[in-house]
Design a protein around this ligand. Structure first.
Ligand code: CP
Length: 308
């Protein structure tokens, strides 16, 4: 194989979170993802995971993560199977662990799991012999989203050292925010959260995290701004006064450093977290975030399966 990266530092058979990853390990994933992007364009590595069968077990809805994991696995030659939770025996009451053990006995080697319960991927890793990749668990973690966000920001800035990245909105209910804080700090950035006080208060105890409860304080000296989906499905009570006080638009982005980019993990509540003009305008890296999903997930699959 022609991959330039030789990830000697990587020894993990799962990806459950980013909070235990060193800067060196994060750098390994980002560098491998760039290689994988080039390999995909050149149709290389199409047999790298031919011995693997990757199951997509999405117990919550997803477009970006599910589709990009499937494309990533196929680009590396893996067999893929979608559990199709609604059509599976989960709908008859079969437990998570029994479901995953059944997959394992049919020949599945790796499971990509999204679940509404925080810790579900960790349970899967403890109770099965599968490689487990966390595709988002409750409000806990979304490691591959944080990795693709880091790649997107790194490619915009060159280096994240000293950059102030501001995460705005419903931080309390966001697994994306929690994972991003860990990975951005590990890569040298300064992390700030900004939003209505009930949505940011708990982060005052997080080491190194700045907390702002007004838009002006939040966006001051922001090198990049990451809006978040308001998570009505995870307990945010309503959009309430959020739109009036916090919705991002071009005028409000003038509070940040000139030219600061805007990101959003998607899906957006249209017109709630940011205006369509901002989401689709020249500052937006949202499309780039989606594009980086496949190469990041190719890199993660190759690493946890021990193929590079
Ligand atoms: N960002 C993200 O996880 O999107 P999906 O829910 O569409 O996978």
């Amino acid at each position: 194989m022609t991959t330039a990266v030789r990830p000697r530092t990587w020894s993990q058979r799962h990806l459950l979170d980013v909070d235990g990853l060193s800067r060196e390990e994060l750098e390994t994933i980002l560098a491998l993802a760039v290689d994988m992007r080039n390999a995909r364009a050149g149709r290389e590595h199409r047999s790298l995971l031919e011995a693997e069968t990757v199951a997509l077990a999405f117990f919550e809805a997803s477009t970006r993560t599910r589709i990009s994991f499937e494309l990533a696995a196929k680009a590396l030659g893996a067999t893929t199977v979608d559990l199709g939770v609604d059509r599976s025996s989960v709908s008859k009451g079969e437990s998570l662990v029994d479901t995953l053990r059944t997959l394992e006995r049919t020949g599945v080697t790796t499971v990509v799991i999204r679940h509404s319960e925080s810790g579900a991927p960790h349970l899967a890793a403890r109770k099965t012999g599968l490689h487990v990749i966390n595709a988002g668990d409750g409000v806990h973690a979304h490691p591959t989203q944080a990795l693709l966000d880091a790649l997107t920001l790194r490619e915009f800035f060159g280096s994240l050292d000293g950059r102030r990245i501001v995460i705005v909105g419903d931080v309390a209910h966001s697994r994306v925010a929690r994972s991003n804080i860990h990975s951005l700090q590990a890569l040298g950035a300064r992390a700030r959260v900004a939003g209505p006080a009930p949505w940011v208060a708990e982060f005052a105890d997080w080491p190194g995290v700045e907390v702002a409860t007004s838009l002006e304080d939040g966006l001051r000296d922001a090198d990049a701004v990451m809006a978040l989906r308001v998570q009505l499905e995870r307990g945010a009570e309503s959009f309430g006064d959020f739109v009036a006080a916090w919705r991002l638009d071009e005028d409000r982005m003038a509070l940040a450093v000139q030219g600061a980019p805007i990101l959003h993990p998607g899906p957006t509540n249209e017109g709630v977290e940011l205006t369509a003009d901002l989401a689709n305008g020249p500052r937006s890296l949202i499309g780039r975030q989606v594009e980086n999903g496949v190469p990041i997930r190719m890199a993660v699959l190759a690493l946890v399966c021990g193929a590079v």
